[in-house]
Each structure stands twice: as structure tokens, then as C-alpha cells.
Design a protein around this ligand. Structure first.
Ligand SMILES: *Cc1c(COP(=O)(O)O)cnc(C)c1O
Length: 395
């Protein structure tokens, strides 16, 4: 461990990522699986997790930003790779040259991607996105006939190939929500319109992790799974990760920076939001909101120290927080585990999400850059090799 890692580290078990990818793939047997590794693999390290996902059979990788997709290519990935968040003037040409599937939600983007393809003399791979009800990105249904017709014209001319038609759910994590059926109907209509325009996409897809887990009728040709591959449940409504057969990949831990006896009635941390009820031992954990520990978990975030589950005492500060050990003994340097798979008695990211009033996605994704990521492979009991290359999946 390097000097920084002695303060704190996030250990990522790549064997867990592989087993989650396999478990999720088994639940969508007729579809291909896209491992979504945006935002540095939800904080787990995009390149390493992408490679683990490829090893476990992910035919596709997905990112939000084109720059995130380029980083995977630079690390050696040669398989199918899609990115979906574009703005005018984006690096279209580079994406075309790197054989990245480019999402297009409107005519302006179609124009930019066709111009880039003409410029470099290549055929762009384009996936058209329809807004079936999420109300975020995606082509409005009223504009869909025009977008599909324009894409078909560009396809006939050889500048692009429409490889996919896709959409995204608003409430797949709330089973039975009325919007789900409405979005599926809208998606079928959009596919029919694309078909009448003459488009023959290789992949039609709408499912994220919660839809993969709960809606087989939404699997189509490809499922885009992010949070599940990191072993975290999308929502308590769907069960815990353990109930879903997923294993959390990240363990976040720190070394205690101080342990001291204080009298009863001692205020703790900014604002004195906690006061020791009696003489006790306070432990200092050197992680704070600058490291992504949510300040909303002040006076409640769970931590495993000296064999017992304890809670944050007082406010979480930028770099540190305090835990009341209730008189138990600990030494500076002892381990504090904020979250992990949960089978060693430690809390999980889902526990932190509940206390902070957020979702597991946010807990892991916001872990900051000051926390070194250490990749291990529990299947081989080794620190995973440090090379940054990535082999391609099925093209
Ligand atoms: C992030 C994202 C996903 C993955 O969602 P999960 O719930 O993490 O599986 C899928 N599709 C799109 C468009 C996304 O932005």
C-alpha cells in the first residue's frame, strides 16, 4: 500500500464484478449485455471493470461521455462500445474513427455526425434514441418520423448505419409503476415507425439494471446494466444486493487517525450536533465529504470498528468524522470499514444510502479522487495486475 493508501482506500474486487456480470447475464438469456462504465465505472475504475466485464461475457460497453469511451479505446478495448451524451461541436469524427456507436436524439446531432463521417470517409454507427416518457434525452415522438427518415436517407448514401434504436425508463425501479407499460408501448410504436422508414437496427434496447431484474418483456436484444455489475441493488424495493444474488465490489476503509478518552457532556465536531452521553472513547476516521462521504449521513452513517457496527457522531467534516466507541478500546491505525460486501459484519453502500437519504449509485460514484482505488481479484487472492491495457470483447 502506498502512503496515501494508508489513510484510506477503496478496494475493488474484480471477481465480484465478473460474477455480477454473469449473474445478470443469466437473468436476460436472450439478450446481449452492455456493461455501463460511465463516471469511472461508478467510481470503481472504468478500465479495470470494463475488462472484468468483458471477461465475464459483456458484448458491449457503455459510457455517457465520448471522452469516457475514448479512454476505453486508449486502454485497448476493441469491442462494441456506445456513448450517449453529446453536445454540439462534440468529438464526432474521433468517435466515428474509433468505431464507437454514437447515440443521436435529434436532427442537429444527425447533421453533425454525418458531416464528420463524410469528412473522414467512414461509415458512422448511429443509435437513434426515442424519448418514450423519461422526459430527459431522446427524440420527442412528434419528431421521430422525421429523424428516422433522415437517418434512413443518410444510410442509403453510405454515411452512416443505424445500428440501434433505444430508449430509457423513468421508473423501472418502482415495479408496477404505470409509466412502465406506457413506455413499452411507446417503444414498440417507435420501433414500428423506424421499421416503416426502412431501418433495420441490430439492437433494440430499453432496459437498465432494474428493468433487467424485473421486466423480461423489456430485454429486447440488449440490456444496459450499470449498478448491478458493481453489486449494488438499484432500489430497496427490489431487495438487497444479497437477495438479488449480487456481490458489492467496493470496500471503503480507513485507518483511525486518533483515539482518545473524553468525559461525558463533550461536544463533538462542528456545531456540536452530538454530545457524549457519558465518559467514552472517540475515534477519528480520516474521511470526509471531500472524499464523497455524504454530509447528510452526519449523526448516523454506519461504520465497522473493533468488531462492532457503530455510527458517525456529529457532523461529517470535509476530511474527517468522529465515531463514539462507547468506551470500547481501539488504537490509532485500526481499521474502520465504512462499507463493503456486508458479509464481514460491515455495512453496505445501500445502508449508507438509506441513512443519507439517497441511492447506492450516489454513494459509490461520489467517492473522491483522494481515495486510491486498489483492484484485487478474490478468485485468485491477488492484487490484480497493474497494467492498464484492456482486451476487446466480441466485435
Ligand atoms: C446509467 C445508465 C444506464 C445504467 O443504469 P443502471 O440503473 O445503473 O443499470 C443505462 N442506460 C443509460 C442511458 C444510462 O444513463
Amino acid at each position: 500500500m502506498n502512503e496515501t493508501a494508508k489513510r484510506a482506500r477503496a478496494t475493488i474486487d474484480l471477481a465480484a464484478v465478473r460474477s455480477n456480470v454473469r449473474a445478470l447475464g443469466d437473468r436476460a438469456p436472450r439478450a446481449e449485455l452492455m456493461a455501463v462504465v460511465k463516471s469511472d465505472g461508478y467510481g470503481h475504475g472504468a478500465v479495470r471493470c470494463a475488462r472484468a466485464a468483458r471477461e465475464a461475457g459483456a458484448g458491449w460497453l457503455g459510457t455517457a461521455l465520448p471522452e469516457e469511451a475514448f479512454a476505453l479505446r486508449a486502454a485497448g478495448d476493441t469491442g462494441r462500445l456506445m456513448c450517449w451524451l453529446w453536445t454540439p461541436g462534440g468529438p464526432w469524427r474521433r468517435a466515428v474513427e474509433q468505431d464507437i456507436d454514437i447515440s443521436v436524439s435529434g436532427l442537429w446531432a444527425l447533421r453533425e455526425v454525418t458531416a464528420a463521417a463524410r469528412e473522414c470517409g467512414r461509415t458512422a454507427r448511429v443509435q437513434l434514441k426515442i424519448d418514450t416518457g423519461l422526459g430527459r434525452n431522446g427524440c420527442a415522438p412528434a419528431d421521430w418520423p422525421e429523424l428516422t427518415a433522415a437517418a434512413r436517407a443518410a444510410e442509403a448514401e453510405g454515411t452512416l448505419r443505424v445500428t440501434g434504436v433505444w430508449s430509457h425508463f423513468a421508473c423501472a425501479d418502482e415495479p408496477g409503476h404505470p409509466s412502465i407499460a406506457l413506455q413499452l408501448t411507446a417503444f414498440h410504436e417507435a420501433l414500428a415507425i423506424a421499421g416503416r422508414a426502412g431501418l433495420r437496427p441490430e439492437v433494440r434496447h430499453i432496459a437498465n439494471t432494474p428493468a433487467l431484474l424485473t421486466l423480461p418483456e423489456a430485454h429486447f436484444d440488449l440490456v444496459r446494466t450499470g449498478i448491478g455489475i458493481y453489486g449494488i441493488s438499484p432500489s430497496p424495493d427490489l431487495g438487497t444486493s444479497q437477495e438479488l444474488g449480487l456481490r458489492p465490489a467496493m470496500t471503503l476503509e480507513a485507518a483511525l487517525a486518533s483515539v482518545k478518552r473524553v468525559p461525558g457532556g463533550h461536544g463533538v465536531s462542528y456545531g456540536h450536533q452530538y454530545t457524549t452521553p457519558r465518559e467514552t472513547t472517540l475515534a477519528l476516521v480520516p474521511l470526509g465529504y471531500a472524499d464523497g462521504i455524504p454530509r447528510h449521513a452526519s449523526n448516523g452513517g454506519p461504520v465497522l470498528i473493533a468488531g462492532a457496527w457503530r455510527t458517525v457522531a456529529g457532523r461529517i467534516a470535509m476530511d474527517q468524522f468522529v465515531v463514539d466507541l462507547g468506551g470500547d478500546h481501539a488504537e490509532p491505525g485500526d481499521r474502520a470499514v465504512l462499507f463493503g460486501p456486508g458479509d464481514g459484519g460491515e455495512p453496505t453502500a445501500e445502508d449508507w444510502a438509506r441513512v443519507a437519504g439517497t441511492i447506492g449509485y450516489e454513494i459509490v460514484t461520489r467517492i473522491g479522487t483522494r481515495v486510491p482505488r486498489v483492484h484485487v481479484d478474490s478468485a485468485t487472492r491477488s492484487e490484480a495486475g497493474g497494467d492498464r491495457t484492456l482486451t476487446g470483447g466480441t466485435a
